[in-house]
Design a protein around this ligand. Structure first.
Ligand SMILES: [Zn+2]
Length: 593
């Protein structure tokens, strides 16, 4: 059987009218009300305060698990059929059901901070709450930067017609923006379709698409700039009122990363730039160009000759995972056998891929759009890596699952690397060159382009604090960031000044600096992979232990207890060394061309 599968949802709920689904919705409402009620009559004496805090924390966990289970299930149904109106209605309904819980979180922080009880005192009285230590300390910090519950409530309400409205404008404009591609046939292409042509082997087509794409963004730049100024202005105002020294301070707290580690990470990324420029130059030589333009970054190199059948993809994933650890291999085999994967492309199904968790059912699910290419095989491995991370924690309470973005990509990138390396080892020369270069394209995005976005966003926040920015100023900042990062790896005359209009993350007030955690994830996972190569199977238990702790320790502490120091460049350089090995290999294979 080589049919690409769809997932089995029968072990979750039998649709939205399933009494168990309705019961879980009712349970979420009930428990949120119970928490709110307790917080509204928060006692005055310390002993009773501790007792209330102690029984409320597991309630929060239960509520979060219910909310995630309901949210995952409805989004699963919606994402395989975006015309499913019932799923859309249920998604909205579940969002409404979560509102009291958000209110409760604000009130909890307020009560916890004003109680004056220290984390140590609470944990001494209730040692069983140890897993909440980090969350409690973070709540203390967040409480210091929190306005009164009424003001927070107003800010959240206003965001819906303020910052969120600007995000929606960006999304609506950028998904419909189009230009004439073929005047004779009166054929138009959207900017998304034009950007897809960056992967075309014919340079004149890539170039034409690139020029038209830039023109399209330019035609709406006034609206995009207004939206960006609106979103960033919202963040600047609220951050000031909440007394954060910079948006980066809040972002690092959410990433559970010390500023020492962040500075070291950025420093190592900066230092690695010449290495990436070497790769870009080797790619230019291979393509017969004096230097690459922005529109050559995704040009294919080598040949993706191999079309994987589903069974072959399954075999490759299971075997590559098994070579790392029999437990990981057995888990992948279970995910395939139990039909936890929806891989068949369907009309009306969302693009891309994701992994989602159903904590009450203790099962994960993976969605992808499998087309037999190596890229899709790698995506499958990536998502199964996320699923494995969940699987290791499936019977632990929700607090263990609440890991920051920095640590959330460890298992996925690690899994993806296992499959890439295994496929490389057996591929023929042209296919191996293709796989190798794909991997370098990705790393260049995650290190060089991410650093570019980080610099740009930092500059925008700094400038926006004083005044609104014009489209021209945004273009200048973007080009400056691209020059500083890509350097002589790209032609300075062929950069992309409107990238600030392209990336949706800049337009979400709650996703400030949604960039460096990717670089963290990539280098952290590669550094761990480097350790595995050096230590072999002895590293497996250490690796599993690390994944088990991602929700309850800061990135720095977790690394330290596994014997790594995130504040030293040497740690991050282990990840860069894996990429360097691939660049040397790429140079060797393309030498003489
Ligand atoms: Zn991922």
């Amino acid at each position: 059987m080589n049919t690409i599968p769809v997932w089995d949802t029968s072990s979750l709920y039998q649709g939205f009218s399933d009494p168990r689904y309705r019961a879980d919705q009712a349970a979420l409402t009930k428990i949120s009300r119970k928490i709110l009620k307790e917080l509204k009559r928060f006692p005055k004496d310390r002993k009773s305060q501790k007792a209330v805090l102690a029984h409320i924390l597991p309630w929060f966990d239960k509520a979060a698990a219910l909310a995630e289970q309901l949210g995952s299930y409805t989004y699963m149904l919606y994402s395989v059929n975006t015309r499913d109106e019932d799923a859309l209605r249920e998604m909205n309904a579940n969002e409404e059901l979560r509102l009291p819980l958000q209110d409760a979180e604000v009130r909890f922080r307020d009560a916890w901070a004003s109680s004056g009880i220290t984390t140590a005192q609470l944990l001494k009285a209730y040692p069983e709450l140890e897993a909440y230590r980090l969350a409690l300390e973070e709540d203390r910090i967040l409480a210091r930067h929190q306005l009164s519950p009424d003001q927070e409530n107003l800010a959240a309400d206003l965001a819906r017609s303020g910052a969120d409205a600007w995000s929606r404008l960006h999304a609506a404009l950028s998904s419909t923006l189009s230009v004439v591609w073929d005047p004779k046939k009166n054929q138009r292409k959207t900017v998304t379709e034009l950007r897809q042509l960056a992967y075309h082997p014919d340079r004149s087509i890539r170039r034409r698409a690139f020029d038209l794409e830039k023109g399209a963004w330019q035609s709406a730049e006034t609206a995009f700039a207004a939206a960006l100024n609106g979103v960033k202005g919202h963040s600047v105002t609220l951050n000031r009122r909440r007394e954060w020294t910079s948006p980066l301070e809040l972002s690092a707290l959410q990433a559970r990363l010390s500023s020492r580690a962040l500075v070291t990470l950025i420093g190592v990324m900066e230092e690695s730039l010449p290495l990436f420029r070497r790769y870009l130059k080797a790619k230019a030589r291979y393509l017969g160009l004096p230097v690459l333009g922005f529109h050559d970054l995704f040009a294919p190199v080598g040949k993706d000759e191999k079309a994987f059948g589903w069974d072959e993809a399954k075999g490759t994933v299971v075997k590559s995972f098994e070579a790392f650890s029999p437990r990981l291999g057995a888990f992948a085999a279970l995910a395939f056998d139990k039909n936890w994967i929806h891989a068949r492309p369907l009309d009306g199904k969302v693009g891309g891929a994701y992994c989602t968790s159903l904590p009450l059912s203790q099962e994960p699910r993976v969605l992808s759009n499998f087309d037999g290419t190596f890229g899709e095989l790698k995506t499958l491995a990536h998502e199964l890596g996320h699923a494995w991370h969940f699987w290791l924690l499936r019977d632990r309470s929700h607090v263990y699952h609440d890991y920051p973005m920095t640590l959330a990509e460890t298992a996925s990138i690690f899994a993806e690397t296992l499959v890439t390396e295994a496929t490389l080892a057996t591929a023929n020369p042209e296919a191996a060159l293709f796989i190798l270069e794909q991997s370098l394209q990705d790393s260049t995005q995650v290190i060089v382009d991410i650093l570019c976005r980080f610099r740009f966003e930092k500059a925008v926040f700094d400038r926006r604090a004083d005044a609104e920015l014009t489209p021209r100023e945004l273009n200048d900042l973007m080009v400056e960031a691209q020059r500083a990062t890509y350097g002589d790896g790209l032609n300075p005359q062929e950069l992309h000044p409107w990238m600030w209009a392209v990336k949706g993350h800049y337009y979400h007030h709650d996703l400030a600096f949604y960039n460096y955690p990717y670089a963290f994830g990539q280098l952290f996972a590669l550094a761990l992979y480097g350790r595995f190569r050096a230590q072999g199977p002895a590293f497996v238990p250490v690796y599993e232990w690390i994944l088990g702790q991602t929700g309850v320790q800061t990135a720095d502490d977790l690394a330290a207890s596994a014997g790594f120091d995130l504040g030293t460049p040497e740690f991050w350089q282990q990840g860069i060394a894996v990429i360097e090995g691939q660049i040397v290999e790429f140079e060797r294979r393309t030498h003489g061309s």
